[in-house]
Ligand binder design. Structure first.
Ligand SMILES: *[C@@H]1O[C@H](CO)[C@@H](O)[C@H](O)[C@H]1NC(C)=O
Ligand SMILES: *[C@@H]1O[C@H](CO)[C@@H](O)[C@H](O)[C@H]1NC(C)=O
Ligand SMILES: *[C@@H]1O[C@H](CO)[C@@H](O)[C@H](O)[C@H]1NC(C)=O
Ligand SMILES: *[C@@H]1O[C@H](CO)[C@@H](O)[C@H](O)[C@H]1NC(C)=O
Ligand SMILES: *[C@@H]1O[C@H](CO)[C@@H](O)[C@H](O)[C@H]1NC(C)=O
Ligand SMILES: *[C@@H]1O[C@H](CO)[C@@H](O)[C@H](O)[C@H]1NC(C)=O
Ligand SMILES: *[C@@H]1O[C@H](CO)[C@@H](O)[C@H](O)[C@H]1NC(C)=O
Ligand SMILES: *[C@@H]1O[C@H](CO)[C@@H](O)[C@H](O)[C@H]1NC(C)=O
Ligand SMILES: *[C@@H]1O[C@H](CO)[C@@H](O)[C@H](O)[C@H]1NC(C)=O
Ligand SMILES: *[C@@H]1O[C@H](CO)[C@@H](O)[C@H](O)[C@H]1NC(C)=O
Length: 444
């Protein structure tokens, strides 16, 4: 097939073009996605101010998971942090010139992390103390906010003399953001809890941070494999999809991980990527398998399986974004939540899947429980629907906001020519047989 010979280099070029374009922090599936960090000065003090800092994750499908965000900035002058509520600076720095009352942090470029749940009540404020875990806007807007309060000293003490902090940095596990300069914006108006009185911040500034996949990691962190009922070929993830730099230190079996680390796998090693990945041809921590499972007269059915190959990571509040032209006619989604993403009104081919609370919102570490599954039923649009030329496979898949490596289209299982005519009548039988076969192979 001439088409296929051309398709491979084209697809690779397209993939890298997309990765490169994301360095510019623009995500076509979530064009206004960003994390906004807002500082509201709520009082002036003798030598500075008290501010409430609120981080809002406006990204539709990209959350910050355990072990949470890390926020940094540089002070414009010689400011210090006297105290913090709901978060802490990771290092105090050199406070030796202070006698008696010693600041919480004297560093010129403090690094701040959220407190863990369960800290004493007097160290908390609203929306704090979630271990830095922030939901995506699409999944749960009420959990997409994180806040803390700080008291700043040796700074300006009025809206004319205060200097805005500079050079904000925001990191999450595996996620890198580029942040704008702080900008003075209209003061936030707060409503009292009874809704009967409005108060106003004395001064407000905002910083906007956008995701950058290049900053986050050099290699993709997930890959896609595909199969179908109409062909027994299972197309695996491309070799070394996620870079093979760990292929010597990877873990070859579930039994080996137990003998290597026993029962003391650290629970906070989220950032320690690649240290305990199962050995595979793709070397990805995450594989998404898309199986075209059944053909009905007016509908067709897909089974999606997300498998975790990382022995040191439970993916909490995971999200999966898929792009397929038939998602505008998705009829039923089993076991996962679903929300269409509608970046442009006329194109409605992209949606977000996520786990259901207390059921499968945690994708457990590699091993017997390290997968989540769902089935989708899509209604055929008879003008466009076909099993030919890999049409039934997704165009793009993102896991936790990272674009996954796809197989080249010429590797897709394709529809046997003879099968087209009798496909509908025999499909159920064939799919049952092939499904058993596919499951056997996938289990290996
Ligand atoms: C950040 O996201 C919000 C909500 O989507 C949007 O209104 C705002 O324009 C975005 N800001 C930037 C600088 O992109
Ligand atoms: C500042 O950030 C808040 C979110 O915390 C947002 O609602 C507001 O629109 C932002 N203001 C501007 C001018 O970007
Ligand atoms: C600064 O505060 C004064 C009142 O104290 C107010 O009139 C003025 O608008 C404020 N300026 C800014 C930029 O917020
Ligand atoms: C902020 O970053 C710029 C460019 O990286 C640098 O020149 C400047 O010194 C930094 N400012 C502070 C206060 O760290
Ligand atoms: C490991 O990866 C390198 C490329 O980075 C490759 O040449 C080598 O064959 C791989 N080894 C194994 C055992 O997969
Ligand atoms: C497991 O924990 C024990 C005791 O805490 C420690 O001696 C051992 O080195 C740990 N093993 C690994 C692989 O970290
Ligand atoms: C993952 O969660 C399970 C419980 O659901 C826990 O036993 C295990 O230690 C966790 N693993 C990691 C790496 O956090
Ligand atoms: C997009 O598709 C969803 C179903 O996936 C549907 O509920 C929604 O109305 C569609 N929106 C548009 C603009 O077509
Ligand atoms: C599929 O969805 C689109 C847009 O939502 C709609 O115009 C079209 O009629 C639907 N097709 C079928 C077969 O339901
Ligand atoms: C299944 O698809 C593969 C391409 O991935 C092709 O080589 C093979 O011939 C197909 N099988 C049949 C029975 O058509």
């Amino acid at each position: 097939m001439v088409f296929n010979k051309l398709a491979y280099p084209l697809a690779m070029a397209a993939f890298f073009a997309i990765v490169i374009s994301q360095a510019g922090a623009y995500d076509p599936l979530d064009p206004t996605g960003n994390i906004t960090i807002k500082w509201d000065v709520i009082s002036w003090t003798a030598d500075g101010y008290v501010a409430v800092v609120t981080m809002t994750n406006f990204q539709m499908y990209r959350h910050i998971m355990n072990p949470g965000w890390t926020l940094g900035w540089s002070w414009a002058k010689k400011e210090v942090i006297w105290s913090m509520v709901g978060a802490q600076a990771t290092e105090q720095g050199d406070c030796s010139k202070f006698k008696g009352n010693v600041p919480h942090c004297c560093k010129r470029n403090p690094t701040v992390v959220d407190l863990l749940p369960g800290v004493p009540y007097n160290q908390q404020i609203a929306n704090c103390c979630k271990g830095g875990v922030v939901s995506s806007w699409g999944q749960d807007p009420s959990a997409a906010v994180s806040s803390f309060q700080l008291s700043v000293g040796l700074s300006g003490t009025s809206n004319k003399t205060v200097k805005l902090p500079l050079n904000f940095t925001l990191l999450g596990p595996g996620l890198g953001y580029t942040c704008s300069q702080a900008k003075i914006v209209p003061s936030t108006v707060f409503l009292t809890p009874d809704g009967r009185r409005k108060t106003q911040a004395l001064m407000t500034w905002n910083v906007t941070c956008t995701y950058s996949q290049i900053l986050a990691s050099r290699y993709p962190t997930c890959c896609v494999s595909v199969s179908s009922f109409y062909n027994s070929t299972i197309t695996p993830c491309p070799t070394c999809s996620c870079g093979c730099q760990n292929n010597k230190t990877c873990i070859s079996s579930d039994a080996q991980i137990r003998s290597v680390v026993g029962n003391n796998i650290s629970t906070t090693t989220g950032g320690n990527k690649g240290s305990a990945i199962k050995c595979t041809n793709h070397m990805c921590p995450i594989r998404v398998h898309w199986h075209v499972k059944l053909n009905y007269k007016e509908y067709w059915r897909v089974k999606m399986t997300v498998t975790n190959f990382n022995y040191q990571m439970n993916y909490t509040q995971w999200t999966l974004v898929a792009q397929h032209p038939n998602l505008d006619n998705i009829t039923q989604v089993f076991s996962f939540g679903y929300k269409p993403l509608v970046p442009y009104e006329s194109i409605n081919d992209t949606g977000m899947f996520y786990g259901l609370k207390f059921f499968n919102d945690i994708l457990k570490e590699a091993g017997a429980d390290g997968n989540v599954q769902s089935e989708l039923i899509l209604k055929k649009d008879m003008n466009t629907f076909t099993f030919k030329q890999g049409w039934a496979f997704p165009h793009k898949i993102y896991f936790n906001g990272d674009q996954c490596m796809m197989p080249a289209p010429d590797q897709y299982p394709y529809l046997p020519n003879s099968a087209i005519s009798n496909l509908i009548s025999s499909s159920t039988m064939a799919s049952l047989l092939l499904l058993v076969f596919a499951n056997l192979l996938l289990a290996i």
